[in-house]
Ligand binder design. Sequence first.
Ligand code: MLT
Length: 256
Amino acid sequence: MISSTKLHHRVIGNGIPMVLLHGFPLDHTIWYPVVDILAAAGIQVILPDLRGHGLSPSPEGVYTMNLMAEDILNLLEDLGIEKAVLVGHSMGGYVSLAFSCLYPNRLSGLALVSTQASADTPEKRQSRLNMVQEVKRYGVKALCGTMPLKLTNNEVIQQKIIEIICRTTPQGIIGALKGMAYRPDFAGRLPSISVPTVVVGGLLDAIIPMESFKLMSQLLCKAWLVEIKEAGHMPMMETPEPVAGALCELAQRVFI
Ligand code: MLT
């Protein structure tokens, strides 16, 4: 039985609790470009590293989205927070959707950033399992070739992403790859999410098409879409101002 893990995290500012979850194979530092704007707007910014990433532990096993959602619940418990806004980037979005299904009473608002509700296609699942073998053979460097290029066109950000990947452990990467490969489809659950939700997507995203962002925002009952023309898969780093603006608006709508 795999149990939940204490996550490394940072807390910045005071106010409305907002937990920002990074994608794969990244860490909490991807959110730094938006933190000051959020904190100045009266938001308590909580930045965990998901299990297997950043400075959090990398236990053995498959990191299911439910297990990673349980880690977030335990973090809220440790911080004495009853309800929080969850912001999930890509894999962090899959974790946020799992959290929304498991612990709806602990959620006050949701932001789905460069993420999708659908499960992997069989081809995508197979490519993740192939990547597990590559990481076993070559270590985390197996991800440093094409992955940063898919995440963004911005070369400075690509370099930062490579640095983050190099700080990650093979065991952490493998746990997350397997967890994503076997994650369920959340699309059918979207209509039952009752909190205000903003969907943020970049038109240049090479991983998730704009159509998926649009469909998700249509299936959610209290959602709006923020489409960012100049952003790829890393809008919080590529275009921090509109992303921070969307999150500040979400925080306002949550507490109206
Ligand atoms: C991420 O950024 O978290 C990944 O691209 C998600 C995925 O591979 O599905």
